[in-house]
Design a binder for this molecule. Sequence first.
Ligand code: PHE
Length: 445
Amino acid sequence: MSISRDSFHSRIGFVLSAAGSAIGLGNIWGFPTNAANNGGGAFLFVYLVVTLLLALPALFAEIYIGNQAQKNPVSALGEACANRMPRVGRTVGKIGLCGAIMMLSFYTIVAGWMLAHALSAISELAGLAELSAWLSSDSTVRNIIFTPVFILLGAAIVHQGVHGGIEKWSARLMPLLLVMLIGLIVYILQQEGAGQGLAVYLIPDFSQVTDPKLVISAMGQAFFSLSIGVGGMMVYGSYMQKDKDLGKLVLSIGVLDTMIAFLAGLLIIPALFVAQHAGHEIFNNEELIGEGQLIFQILPALFNSMGTVGLIVAAGFFSLLSIAALTSTISSTEVPVSYLVEEKALSRRKATWLVSFIVLCSSMLLVAFFDTLFGLVIRVLTTIFQPLSCLFYFFVVGWIWNRGNKLTDKSVLDKNIYLKLWGNYLRFVCPVLLTIVFINVAFIA
Ligand code: PHE
């Protein structure tokens, strides 16, 4: 079947789109919340180590598989496993589609909160105080309205295709997000109480770094933040021409993503302590209160302390976050869409609407059973699903896939010592490291 595939028009287009996928709520909402819940500095330390040793190699493996195959994740994994176990490859690819839907089911809810907070600041500026108060307070009705709105926005972009939609939108406004984050950090660090937060965030208590709960959270967070294990990066890799320098591209995506997460921590953790200093209760038994919702009370309090300017900053900040969430949403949506277009011969339009409808149903299920499902789905996805997918990618790249894979081709490896070292690292070290973390998980349970 020869469908001409849409693609990124340049390597920089690919890097920015992949960074757009990586940078999102995971960085600005997930990372600081997780860090605050797991000892601050110790979490940051383990997060950086895990990113370097495991998450970046996994990102490489995922993008490499997609880039070589130039096909959607189901076919790409099927082809990579063709000579040993094609069925297994395709099945894992299809399970990956479910992972993408799972990710979208909670992600679109949180993104809806961002959207509502952006509109809340705008309506306050317009003098609509009552509407603004409703928009900024958590409610099921708000979820029922804003989650679908967000899903529709994502669908509208995916529907336009890779070059026209994804590449154009991704990362356009990211430099602005960076500038805003830095500005806010400068502001918060001048407030009382910030110093204590800074110390908690930057000075690791090394006695905590081997805590299995911390390690597994840091690993889940790193995989989530780099968008690994659901096929989003694989499909983006497949939209780029085959490239010899994948390693460098992967590194730049990792650096951009980690930098934004680090900066978000530098803003939010001191902001939590500033709020505590001002008399807000933020911890309950060392856990942040309110299933990840706390920063939606802390950040508006921070913006309020700036007066009217704060409202403009709030509108800008939450709008940029919504856009960052949008560029992540479209990469996940693209996973099932690419499969339906390439393998089930659906038009892009139909595939996009079908996938968006499935996402809508699953997110509404989470809204309906929020207390039971929301945290559970996040935990299962990030600490079980994504790491297991990565383990599979390591096995594929290191052991199963022969034809066309320079990492298992002896004649290529014998000539290039670096490639050989890298291949062996992915083959032996990564699966072992991941397995060790899993054994630890068994001990926590
Ligand atoms: N990496 C994105 C974030 O940090 C989330 C994501 C996960 C996107 C998996 C695509 C796939 O917000």
